[in-house]
Design a protein around this ligand. Sequence first.
Ligand code: S3P
Length: 440
Amino acid sequence: MIFTPASKPLHGTINVPGDKSISHRAVMIGSLAEGDTEISHFLPGADCLSTIECFRKMGIQIELTENNTHVLVHGRGLHGLSAPDSVLDCGNSGTTTRLISGILAGQKFSSSLTGDESIQKRPMNRIILPLSEMGAEIRSENENGCVPLQISPSHLKGICYQSPVASAQVKSCVLLAGMYAEGKTSVTEPALSRNHTELMLRGFGAEVTSEGTTATITPEPVLHGRKLTVPGDISSAAYFLCAGLMVPDSEVLLKHVGTNPTRDGILRVIQDMGGSVTYRRLLSDAGEPTADLEVRYSRLHGTVIEGSLIPILIDELPIIAVLAATAEGDTVIRDAQELRYKESDRLALIAENLEAMGISVDPTEDGMVIHGRRNLYGGTPAAEGKPLHGAVIDSHKDHRLAMSFAIAALAADGETEIRDAECVNISYPDFYRDLQSLSE
Ligand code: S3P
């Protein structure tokens, strides 16, 4: 797909699609609840549809309406799943794979799960180890620590798990398994990762406590079906936040964006870089705060992104790196080695693609230094040159890379071609249409 530079300021309002992490969890927890769960503003991306298909295969009736953004889950209770008659296909979705494994470990039936080429390379020992410590029978079929996974019935016991990584997928997997264990289960992380599982389980009636970076669950909760509205995904809003900051004289309003403090690292970084984002309305639905965000073109400078900030902006690092490339001075990213284990090795591919667009990057083991365009702001905005060069970008079918570089293309001095651009379907099927709407 070919992208041309922005020829005028971006203006308009975007209703950001539903949060991916919360959409997955609503289907999973709704399936294990007693009675119906009605989910509004569900994300109809391929990843969340994979989760729905897996639960349908385990006997849960799930109805989709309103272009798949309204979901009715007929929950059957904590012990209501039935044995799937074939392998569960998690597609491209790490969240589906890791969270469902925790649930499957507690079932009285055997199951196997797999996924696409990318998911077959992603590390699963991070969940196999704690689940095995709980007594689960779970093994990697090819003994390479990846899917396909085979899970057999077993007796689970609660553990106090010290996770070596700040990962909400690991934490959630262990807590979900903890619902079926004997005794309480707790997970302590090196830094706090997104807490949607804890908030949602509590909202459905489970006893879950959080203290610092430790979350604890009491087993055998009775979960009650409910109505919920999924906030807009801050990870999807991130592309337009950055586009608005980068293209001179732009002003963009993003509606109903989730601003949970375990997800809002990008807002902190933008503020640090001198960007203007105004919170226009603050609401909270079941513990998940939501705001309208108004972003304006701003003159940005480099910053340092590291430590406990990393898990709360992990999925936004590709677009933050693009933003940093258009800022004045250097931006240092550290402690982000987790980015190597996402849908692609994002650290390597961010650096490679920024370099293709003429930006000097010094890659490191756990991050990179991005040398932003200096002296960019010597003249008036209209007199400024474009900070990047058009290039051919290989997305490696990674949705977040495709979207990040589509935004980079706005600030380039020629055409940019993005390969496998349709992979945005994973998390934001209408991304290109929404992007186009800001230039009309
Ligand atoms: C997610 C957690 C993060 C994130 C992923 C979604 C979740 O992964 O990158 O896109 O929904 O729990 P890790 O837990 O592996 O960091």
